[in-house]
Ligand binder design. Structure first.
Ligand code: BES
Ligand code: MN
Ligand code: ZN
Length: 497
C-alpha cells in the first residue's frame, strides 16, 4: 500500500486515473455513473457477460484499457440487491474499491454513486473512510521492498460525487475518526522495545495539540494515591509505570464527563507465572484497550465533539524479575480492597481495578466504559467476530449493541452475577485475581465490577477483536484499531449536545 494517500472530492465530470464504479444487481448503474461510462457501455456489457458479472454484492469486474475512456482501467464493484445500506456496508465498499486498485496505480477516481443513485455527503465520507482504512499499512521498520513490490510514493484517490463541497465538509468529521483508528493501529503494531509506558505516555501527550488536556502520573504520584495493584504489576519492569489522564471538554461547562478507560500493558510476559513461548510476541498488543482510548480521544477532539470526555490509561509492563510481584502476594488497591495474587498473568484486571476506582472517584462520570485485551477465554467463547460486553446498565448495553451493528464493530453481552462473583473470594484477602479455568472471562469482569460501585459501567473484552486481526476489506494490518469507530458512534448518537 502507498506510503502516502491523498484523498479529495471532485465532481462527476472530473475523472482521472483508474476508474472505480459501483453497480447493483442486473448491472444497474446510477445516472451519473451511467453518463460517465457511456462511451464504454457496449464493451462493459460484453465483458460482464463474458465474466458472468451481474453486480452481486462484493463481486468485481476489471476491464483494462476501456474503450472510449481515458482511463487505463475500469473496475466495477457489485453492491448486490438494492437495500438500505448501513454505515458499515458503505465503509466496506470503500475498502473494496481501494483494495482492488492495482498496486502500481498512482491515481484513481471512485465514483461515489450506487445503483439507486447519489449518496448523501455523509455516505460519500464513509466511502472515503473505507479507502483510508484499507490503505493503511504498518511498514516503518521495513528498510527494503522486494522486486515487484515497489509502490508509488504517493497515491491520489479522488472521490467523485454530486456535491464535493458538502462531502468535504462531512469528511472533516469522518477523517478525524479515521485518524483516530490509524493512531490506535500504529500504537498497537509498535513493538514493545519502542513503546514502553514512558514512550506511550509521550505519544498520548501529543493530543494536547488538539486541545486535549493531558496529565501524566508517574510512580511516586501513584504511590501517593495508593495504587498498589497497578504498581504491583509494573514493579518487575525496568520501565516505570504511568497513568495518563486525557480530558476533552467540548460539552456543556461542568457537565459530568463520559469516561473511557484502557488496559495498557505494553508487554505481557505473564510475569513470574510466565507464558509459554508460542505467540508471546503478540503480547506487544496487550495495550490495545489503551490505544483505542487514545484513538477515540483523538477523534473526539479532532472533530470537536460537543461532549465532555475523560480518557484514562494504565500503562505498565508485566515482567518476571527479582523485583516482580509473585503468586501469593497480597496487593492493596487504591479503593482499600485487597487482592491475593494467584497468577501474575492475570494482570490486566489489577491495573484496571485502580484506574476504574480513580476515575470514578475523581470525575464522577456519567458512565465508565473500559476496554481491555483481558482474557484468552473470550477468544474461545466469541472468536474474532464479537467483543465480549459485560455491563451493569441495560441502556448502555442497548446503545453499544446498536452502535456495533452500525459500525460493524460488534459486541455480545455476557452474564455477570453473584454466583460468578463468589468464585473470586479469597482465603487471605478480599478477593483473588483469578477464579479458575471455568468462566474465565466472566470472573475477570466480576473483579472489575468490584471497583465501579454504582456508576453505569461496561467492560469490553477485546482480546479477540483487537489483535491478530483477520484480513478484511478495511483492515490489512495486524491490529484493527477496534473500538474507535464503535465508541465514536456511541458518543455521536447519544451524548452530544
Ligand atoms: N493479555 C492476556 C489475555 C490475552 C490472551 C490477550 C491472548 C490477547 C490474546 C491476559 O493478561 C492474560 O494473560 N489472561 C490470562 C488470565 C488467566 C491467567 C486467568 C488468560 O487469559 O489466560
Ligand atoms: Mn496476562
Ligand atoms: Zn495481559
Amino acid at each position: 500500500m502507498p506510503d502516502a494517500l491523498k484523498l479529495g472530492f471532485v465532481p462527476f465530470t472530473r475523472l482521472r486515473g483508474v476508474l472505480v464504479a459501483f453497480c447493483a444487481e442486473n448491472l444497474k448503474f446510477g445516472p451519473a455513473t451511467k453518463a460517465a461510462l457511456s462511451a464504454a457501455e457496449a464493451q462493459l456489457r460484453r465483458a460482464a457477460a463474458a465474466d458472468r458479472f451481474t453486480g452481486k454484492n462484493g463481486s468485481v469486474l476489471d476491464i483494462v484499457a476501456p474503450s472510449g475512456l481515458d482511463a487505463p482501467r475500469l473496475i466495477v464493484i457489485g453492491t448486490g440487491k438494492e437495500r438500505e445500506l448501513k454505515q458499515r456496508d458503505v465503509v466496506k465498499l470503500g475498502g473494496i474499491a481501494m483494495g482492488r486498485l492495482p498496486s502500481r496505480a498512482a491515481e484513481a477516481t471512485i465514483l461515489a454513486e450506487f445503483g439507486a443513485g447519489a449518496l448523501k455527503p455523509d455516505q460519500v465520507a464513509d466511502l472515503a473512510l473505507g479507502v483510508r482504512l484499507s490503505a493503511y499499512s504498518f511498514d516503518r521498520y521495513k528498510t527494503k521492498r522486494k522486486e515487484g513490490e515497489e509502490r508509488p510514493e504517493k497515491v491520489e484517490v479522488h472521490v467523485a460525487c454530486a456535491n464535493p463541497a458538502a462531502a468535504g465538509k462531512a469528511w472533516a468529521g469522518v477523517n478525524a475518526v479515521a485518524e483516530g483508528v490509524v493512531l490506535a493501529r500504529d500504537l498497537i503494531n509498535e513493538p514493545a522495545n519502542v513503546l514502553y509506558p514512558g514512550e506511550f505516555a509521550r505519544r498520548a501527550s501529543a493530543l494536547s495539540q488538539l486541545g486535549v488536556s493531558v496529565e501524566v502520573l508517574d510512580v511516586p504520584a501513584m504511590k501517593k494515591l495508593g495504587m498498589g495493584a497497578l504498581l504491583g504489576v509494573g514493579q518487575g519492569s525496568a520501565h516505570d509505570s504511568r497513568l495518563v489522564i486525557m480530558r476533552w471538554n467540548g460539552g456543556k461547562r461542568g457537565a459530568d464527563p463520559l469516561a473511557f478507560i484502557g488496559k495498557g500493558v505494553c508487554f505481557d510476559t505473564g510475569g513470574i507465572s510466565i507464558k509459554p513461548a508460542a505467540n508471546m510476541e503478540d503480547m506487544k498488543g496487550d495495550m490495545a484497550g489503551a490505544a483505542c482510548v487514545v484513538g477515540l480521544m483523538h477523534a473526539l477532539a479532532a472533530r470537536k465533539a460537543k461532549v465532555n470526555a475523560v480518557g484514562a490509561i494504565g500503562l505498565v509492563e508485566n515482567m518476571p524479575d527479582g523485583k516482580a510481584y509473585r503468586p501469593g502476594d497480597i496487593l492493596k488497591t487504591m479503593s482499600g480492597q485487597t487482592i491475593e495474587i494467584i497468577n501474575t498473568d492475570a494482570e490486566g484486571r489489577l491495573v484496571l481495578a485502580d484506574v476504574l476506582h480513580y476515575v470514578k472517584q475523581r470525575f464522577k462520570p456519567k458512565f465508565m466504559i473500559n476496554l481491555a485485551t483481558l482474557t484468552g477465554a473470550i477468544i474461545v467463547a466469541l472468536g474474532q467476530e464479537y467483543a465480549g460486553l459485560f455491563a451493569n446498565d441495560d441502556k448502555l448495553v442497548e446503545r453499544l449493541s446498536k452502535a456495533g451493528e452500525e459500525t460493524g464493530e460488534r459486541v455480545w453481552r455476557m452474564p455477570l452475577g453473584s454466583e460468578y462473583d463468589k468464585m473470586i473470594d479469597s482465603k487471605f484477602a478480599d478477593m483473588k485475581n483469578t477464579g479458575g479455568r471455568w468462566a474465565g472471562s466472566i470472573t475477570a469482569a466480576q473483579l472489575l465490577q468490584r471497583f465501579v460501585g454504582k456508576t453505569p459501567w461496561a467492560h469490553l473484552d477485546i482480546a479477540g477483536t483487537a489483535l491478530g486481526s483477520p484480513q478484511t476489506d478495511i483492515n490489512k494490518s495486524w491490529s484493527s484499531g477496534w473500538g474507535v469507530r464503535l465508541l465514536d458512534r456511541l458518543v455521536a448518537d447519544h451524548y452530544e449536545r
